[in-house]
Structures are given as C-alpha cells and as structure tokens.
Write a new protein. Structure first.
Length: 366
C-alpha cells in the first residue's frame, strides 16, 4: 500500500521551502503526494513534484478559475463537495482544506462526530486530510483518522509536512527547521493505558522495546494506567522509564531505571525539555475547542514555566494538537490498540505507531 507525503498551505512559498519539503518526502520514499490546499498555480508542476502523482485540494476560490480546470499529468484536483479520492489499492481518502477550521472553535468531540458523518456518507474512507489553520493536528479513530500536516509557509514551527504509511497506519509529523539546531538529536518514547497488557499479550513489552530501540529511544514516559506488577519490566532494562501512578496505586519497592512522576510535581525534564504529564487530561480535552486547549496550555505554563509538551491519556485514541508554545500529545491506548508515540528532538518529529501483532496461523486445508 502506498506511502503518502502530505503537505499544504504552501501559498506563495516566500522562503522557497516547498522544493526542500518535496526533496525530504522523496527521500522518505513517498509514492503519492497529498496537498491540503492553498497552492499557487506556479506550483502546480509535475516536475517540481518529481513526477510523483499528486492529489491536491482546491480552495473554494480556485474551484472555478480557468487555470485550475485542466489537471496536469498525474495530478488530481478535489473540489468542495468532491473531496473523495480512491487510491490504486482501492482505499479511499478525503482530501480537503478548511475542515480543520471547524475544530478551531468546535471541540474534539464535535470533530469526531464530523468524521463519523463523512465515513457514513463515504464508506471506506480511512484517512481525512485538511489544512488551513497552519498547524499540525492528529485525531486517531478506529475507522477514520484526521490529519492536518501543518503549513509549508507561515507555520508555528518550521516548514511542516507529514508522512502516512497506509499499510501499518504509522504517521510521522515533521518539519524542516528554519534554523539549524545545535543540540544533539535524541528520542523520547511515550505510552499510556497499558493496564493488564501483560495478561492479554505476553510479547507486548519485548516488541515495544524493539520498536523503541529501532527509533533510538533512550527514555520513556508512561502517562498512567500501568499495572503495578509491570513496573520494573526486564524487557525495558537499559531504558530510563518515567511512570505516572493513579491515586489508588502504590509501589512497595523501587526498581533501577524506573522513576515515579509525583503528583505535586508532574513535570519530567529530559535534556532541557519539560514534559507535563496528567493522565485524565485526555478526558477533559474532549469537550474543548482548539482555542480552549491553547488557553489551558498557557495556564499550565504559568504554573510550570517552559513546558514544551503536555502528555495525557485515558481516551483510547491518539491525539495531537500543535500550539505556538506547547504541544498536546495523547499517545493512544497501549492495551486496546498497542499504540505508542515517539518524540524526536530538537527537530520535533512526532511519530504515532503501533506494536505489531502476529497474524493468525493458516488453517489446515485452506
């Protein structure tokens, strides 16, 4: 199944970032570009996109303009009311532009409702892409996922893009930094809600450790809902694990490499970056608009200066909201969906992945 390179809001591309974003996406092996709209006509160029097919959302003002009536070879325009595109493997995607704006003043719950309505009207749609708000958003669902790749021009942080692997469901949010960082690269693994995963899948922890090592993770933050019996798992030897306990949980002994996040100081500092951890915040965010989320983060920053990430859980679905100063990340449900996230810094590349499960064996006679 194809790997999608997703970008949008290129506008006039004053910093000449688009060719660099395309080069980076080609280097990552994308087989189809998805452009979430606000593209200048001079960028509608197969050569610029290296001859790789492009599905591009036209904004309302462009839909009837003469220069956008003819599609270049390998290109497909989507228009308001006609946003569905079928991939070569039969999978369907929604490629629009302004749907993210509804979330700006709505709520995560309202966004989820909208996604279900689109899925109801267009059976088989698994990925929904939108832009317009110039910052990255991710909302995982069991049947449809919402992705805003951010903006190439005038984003909150660098020249942004995303990569979607439609085979395994992994998604990477990344950017080309506007300046070259001087700090060495490091990665932090994030997980939540593992509960009784050891009883349900005895191979989970070894596979998770393999996924984290493959991504060069050295430190792990567990947002909460971990079984006390899983604290000190031998599979995570060699990692430094910061874990959050519920009020009703207590540990009888300490374990080397494992560090409890205390209720009166819920901030983990790693290599100068501060992560605020609150498990149940994921529930509170369901009814908040993006504006409300940004205000919440500003208030948290007053109490805990210089936090860069707010980490939460409890809602089953992975979620990310990029603010100007703080990013909210829910890594998803480790028990139900084997979810995890990896934050690579200082570039701020965020990966949402899944611990793989083994396929069922072939039945005899089939």
């Amino acid at each position: 199944m194809p790997i999608l390179g997703v970008c949008g809001d290129t506008h006039k591309d004053r910093p000449n970032a688009l060719p660099h974003v395309i080069d980076e996406l080609v280097r990552r092996g994308v087989e189809l570009f998805v452009h979430t709209g606000d593209i200048a006509i001079r960028h509608v160029d197969p050569k610029l996109f290296r001859g790789i097919p492009v599905v591009c959302a036209l904004v309302k003002e462009q839909a009837d303009k003469p220069e956008f009536q003819e599609e270049p070879p390998g290109w497909k325009f989507t228009r308001p009311g006609q946003r569905i595109h079928q991939l070569s493997n039969g999978e369907r995607i929604y490629v629009g532009h302004a749907l993210s704006f509804e979330f700006l003043t709505g709520s995560e719950a309202m966004l989820t409702k909208k996604l279900h309505e689109i899925r109801k009207d267009h059976d088989g749609v698994r990925w929904l892409f939108s832009g317009h708000t110039h910052h990255q958003i991710y909302k995982q669902g069991h049947v449809i996922n919402f992705v805003n790749p951010g903006a190439v021009e005038d984003s909150f942080d660098g020249y942004e893009f995303a990569v979607v692997n439609t085979d395994n469901g992994e998604i990477v949010f990344s950017r080309i930094p506007t300046t070259k960082p001087v700090k060495p690269t490091f990665s932090v693994g994030v997980m939540s809600d593992s509960l009784n995963i050891s009883e349900m899948d005895p191979t989970f922890w070894s596979k998770l450790a393999e996924e984290f090592r493959r991504r060069d993770v050295r430190e792990i933050i567990h947002c909460g809902n971990i079984a006390v019996s899983d604290i000190g798992r031998p599979e995570l030897a060699g990692f430094k694990v910061h874990f959050n306990l519920r009020a009703d949980q207590k540990i009888e002994q300490s374990h080397e490499g494992w560090h409890q996040i205390l209720a009166d100081n819920p901030v983990v500092e790693i290599n100068g970056y501060k992560f605020y951890v609150q498990l149940d915040l994921g529930i509170d965010l369901l009814e908040k608009s993006e504006v409300d989320m940004h205000m919440l983060c500003l208030n948290l920053r007053r109490k805990h200066p210089e936090i860069s990430f707010v980490l939460c859980g409890l809602t089953n679905y992975a979620f990310m909201e990029e603010g100007q100063e703080v990013r909210i990340i829910n890594p998803g449900d480790s028990l139900k969906d084997r979810d995890f996230a990896v934050i690579c810094l200082p570039r701020t590349e965020i990966t949402f992945g899944h611990v793989p499960t083994d396929p069922l064996p072939t039945l005899s006679g089939t």
